[in-house]
Design a protein around this ligand. Structure first.
Ligand SMILES: NC(=O)C[C@H](N)C(=O)O
Length: 637
């Protein structure tokens, strides 16, 4: 019954998805995460009554965690002998004294330092959306002016994110502005299958000065990193969030220092923070997050200028050069009457140097509209579209380091849009829901005419429709909704996304589909549950495995709680439950509330088959490729 009525809905949705009127851009609601305090933290919170403080006004405000990596830059500089230089070990101390960046009372009332460490933990005041963003600052030594940064520093940042990936909801990188666009571009390529926000920011005036842009930039970056699942490397500056590989520094003396000439901002922080979800890169993979730190340094940027000599070009293209970004005129043009130059370029590409053609213009793309552009294609150059020089260079460095690839595969990768760094072919651009007849028929029947009301209807309707389709595993219906422009990572009124529902129901194929079309494994519903928690609870083994493969993980609190859960399953002989929890990443040796682990409890209750099963699971579990063997000891574990 439910199926057939939904099929009708599906065909209705599909039939009505034809464009009728142009009603402007779709601006879907944000998949804001509802991060609630987990029982462990709540218990910790309720037991911390040793401190004589006022009772909490909002004890159940959701908490999110952000890691701030402070690499240096003006934001943390002070004047010495009339020049600015980074000052070590001063940043956190100064933030503690700023009420907009740290709420000491909340930290005290919730015994936050006991739980998250006292040295570098801070907490923002309650956000407009009733969220608490707890952040830890990891300060590098030495702090660097970003002009001193090298590819090794990018690698260090990447590794630190990888190491801490599962413990935080988002990452903020404090960085000097001078080379921030390079680092943002490089990280966007190095971070493969990213599912969480990484936001670079800094300032033009040190945070220690009375008038500065550092406080606002840090605050905005933290609020976005802690509240929105934007799976991208971004740059936040002067109230705007940009895609990191689209920006370039355009002003040395203004707070508005960056520009993203070929892509509108991903978000703006005005009275409200508005995310442009249509532009945000959507996850499309079931692979796990990883950071590639190998980068090829034999790359360079060469800017054409009238009268450049063939000798200069030849010298630049000499070994060990392996990849060059050639900045050409206008829409990708070079002199077609300079065979000496073109020959040098051709010789280099023939010998295996990859040369990417990008424009010297701030805005626009390379094309082959002119013969002066076509000659470069004939010389073996690859069109770099509308990439910034920073993006093109770091992409080249990343792609050339993939030693497992042949030259042709590397060239192909360079021409592809890997992380939204270049404009994909816009032919066949997707329909947005506001263009569809479906929404307009509803709007008409409700006598709705203005764009805002229409958007409100659309945002209210599509997530529950997608969830209803997910309930019965109807991939076609989900596909129809997606084609109408629906964002599949949006949740219903309880923050439950189609992925949550599909995980509960065990629809493996749909889970696979959703993960390949924008759903995020990091979505949390109103109760703080992730799709992984749901799949575990409803015992869908294969779904658990797929979500884990995609990078889903239990939170620190859930891992803590797992000990007690495992013990009670051991007592009841619930082998299936034990296996599912183990697959989800629970530590089978984790102790429960009475200090015993599941094996000890099973032994105490004489559950021999449970002990044997747990031992078998443990011996199967491998860490870093090593099989961990456990043998029963008379005293237990
Ligand atoms: N505003 C800044 O951060 C500039 C500084 N020289 C840097 O890039 O580290």
């Amino acid at each position: 019954m439910a199926d057939s009525s939904f099929n009708n809905l599906t065909s209705l949705a599909r039939a009505l998805s034809q464009p009728l009127l142009d009603l402007g851009e779709s601006t879907e609601v944000s998949p804001t995460r509802s991060i609630q305090l987990h029982p462990t933290r709540r218990r910790q919170l309720s037991s911390c009554n040793s401190i004589d403080v006022e009772p909490l006004t909002s004890p159940t405000a959701a908490e999110a965690r952000v890691l701030v990596i402070n690499t240096g830059g003006t934001i943390g500089m002070t004047l010495h002998d009339n020049v600015l230089a980074p000052k070590a070990n001063a940043f956190v101390k100064s933030l503690r004294k700023l009420p907009i960046l740290h709420d000491e009372l909340y930290a005290q009332q919730t015994c936050m330092y006991e739980y998250y460490g006292s040295e570098n933990s801070l907490v923002l005041p309650l956000s407009k959306d009733n969220k608490r963003i707890i952040y830890n600052v990891l300060e590098y030594s030495p702090l660097l002016d970003s002009s001193n940064m090298t590819t090794d520093d990018w690698g260090r940042i990447g590794k630190d994110i990888e190491k801490n990936y599962e413990s935080y909801d988002g990452f903020v990188i404090l960085h000097g502005t001078d080379t921030m666009a390079y680092t943002a571009s490089a990280l966007s390529f190095m971070c493969e299958h990213l599912g969480k926000p990484i936001i670079l920011t800094g300032s033009q005036v040190p945070i220690y000065e009375m008038r500065n842009d550092g406080r606002d930039n840090l605050l905005g970056a933290l609020l976005i990193a802690g509240q929105f699942v934007i799976p991208e490397v971004c740059l936040y500056f002067y109230n705007k969030l940009y895609r990191g590989n689209r920006v370039t520094k355009v002003d040395a003396g203004s707070f508005n220092a960056f520009s993203s000439p070929n892509l509108a901002p991903l978000a703006t922080a005005e009275v409200d923070i508005t995310i442009n979800w249509d532009t945000v890169w959507r996850a499309n993979t079931t692979a796990k997050f990883q950071v590639r730190t190998e980068l090829n340094r034999n790359v360079g940027l060469l800017r054409l200028f009238p009268g450049i000599t063939a000798a200069t070009v030849r010298a630049f293209l000499q070994p060990p050069m392996e990849g060059v970004v050639l900045e050409t005129y206008g829409s990708g043009n070079a002199p077609d009457n300079r065979s000496d130059l073109l020959e040098e370029l051709k010789k280099a590409t023939d010998s295996g140097v990859i040369i990417i053609n990008i424009t010297q213009c701030l805005r626009g793309t390379v094309s082959t509209s002119y013969n002066t552009g076509k000659v470069l294609i004939d010389a073996g150059l690859i069109a770099g579209g509308d990439m910034t020089p920073e993006a093109a260079l770091s992409k080249l460095s990343y792609v050339l380091a993939k030693t497992e690839l042949e030259l042709d595969a590397k060239k192909k990768m360079m021409a592809q849009n890997l992380r939204g760094e270049m404009n994909a072919d816009l032919a066949g651009a997707k329909l947005v829901l506001s263009d569809s007849r479906f929404i307009q028929v509803i709007a008409k029947s409700l006598s709705i005419s203005c764009k805002e009301e229409l958007e409100a209807i659309r945002d209210a309707l599509t997530p529950p429709l997608a969830c209803a389709a997910a309930k019965i595993g109807d991939i076609e219906a989900i596909e129809a909704l997606k084609d109408m422009g629906s964002n599949l990572c949006l949740g219903d009124y309880d923050g439950r996304t189609p992925l949550h529902i599909a995980a509960c129901e065990g629809h493996l194929k749909l889970v696979q589909y959703l993960l390949s079309h924008g759903a995020t494994v990091y979505a949390k519903d109103r109760y703080g549950d992730t799709p992984l928690c749901n799949a575990v609870r409803f015992r869908h083994r294969e779904v658990v495995k797929l979500l884990r493969k995609t990078g889903a993980h239990l939170s620190r609190d859930e891992l803590e709680e797992a000990g007690t859960e495992l013990c009670s399953m051991a007592v009841s002989g619930d082998l299936e439950g034990l296996e599912i929890w183990s697959l989800a990443g629970a530590d089978l040796k984790k102790t429960g509330y009475d200090g015993r682990n599941a094996i000890q409890v099973a032994q105490a209750y004489g559950k021999k088959e449970v002990v044997a099963f747990l031992l078998q699971l443990l011996s199967r579990k491998s860490k870093n490729g090593e099989v961990i063997e456990f043998t029963a000891t008379p005293g237990g574990y």
